[in-house]
Structures are given as structure tokens and as C-alpha cells.
Unconditional design. Sequence first.
Length: 229
Amino acid sequence: MVKRSRDVAASMSKGIEFLFKKNKIDALAGYGKLKKGGKVEVTDAAGKKTDHEAKHIILATGGRSRELPNLVIDGKKIIGYREAMILPERPQKMLVVGSGAIGAEFAYFYSTIGTEVTIVEFLPRLVPVEDEEVSKALEKSFKKAGITIYTSSEVTKVDTKGKGCVSTVKTPTAKLRSSRILFFRLSALQPILKTSDWRKWESKRKTEKLSSMIFIKPMSPVFMRLVIL
């Protein structure tokens, strides 16, 4: 299953590369740094830096996960979403911290293949940025599927000693619950640009007509993180 998903992703990536070539779009692999005067500095894998200039530049940086102080990602028991997509074997139990769109998606996926899933959400409802009706419908569906849900709750401690993890979850009633988890948590995405900065850029962009641009493809994409507990 993992191999097939990676093959599909690779095929889609190659399709995008083909469309770039077909439409004469240059893809620059490297790390981009925005400079003054409509310039972008790109550092490639060898460390070579080159400047590229355009009248208009689109920033498409993606997002990164918000790492919690008591849930430090180690790539093994506390992981990011990339590791979650290529786990060598199905975990028996999983704790997903955060019920945003991606967290909910992973929770559903692993539940359908037989993993015992628990979701811990700090806010009062699942997918808190969506409409309340959506949250209610999703919670009903998840509970029917056997997914355990704790809202208005937080993971206060994780012990990663031994084969799995022991997590301590604080619930609204202030009771502490401990559970042994084999695999992981998923945290929420955090935009790379501050909201205020993005709004300023977006407001300015609307007043201009985009006629030329630079598209930057990062060497290794910025990604959100999961926690394997």
C-alpha cells in the first residue's frame, strides 16, 4: 500500500515536471531568499548562490507544524506526516494530537486499516476552523467508526521509554488519563508568514497586475509534523 502511494505521488510529480517543460517554465531546485529590488537568491544543493530577477514574485512557501514543548519530534516515536505516510507496519494504537484537516484525515485512514485511534484536541470541537455543523457530523462519524475523541483536552506528558509511549491527557474535568500508545500525534500547520505580513502582501498584490513571476521549488519541502507516541 505504501509503495503504491509513493508510486502514484512520483507519477503525479513527473506529470507536473512535464507540464512545466511543455509550457517552458523553468523550475529552480534550491532554497530561495527574497532580496530587495525584485530579486530572489537561490542556493542549490552544491551551495552555489544565484540571483534571479522578476517584476512580480509569488511567495508559495507552504506551512510547517507547530512543535509543542512537551512533544519534541524525534522522528521515531514522535514523527512528522511524511513518516506517517511510509510506516513499515501498521501501528496497533495511535494518538493524534490536533484535529485539523490533516490530523482528521490521518486519524480516519489509520482507523480504517485497523489501528486503535485516539484524537486529542485542545479546542472544544473537531476541525475547529470549519463550520460547527461539520464538526458535529465528523465527530458522530468518527465515534461510530470507533475513534476515541477528547476535546478541550491536552497532552501534558509523554514517556517514550520502552517499546511504545505512555501519554498523560488532561481532560475538561481535570482528571489525568494515561494510555499506552505505540505510534503517534499530528500537530496543526503553522503558516511560515505571519498573518499580518501576509495580509499586507495580499493587499498590495491585488493592486498590481502580474505579468512576470519566479516560481521557486524548494529542495526539501516544509512540512507539518506528527508525533508517534
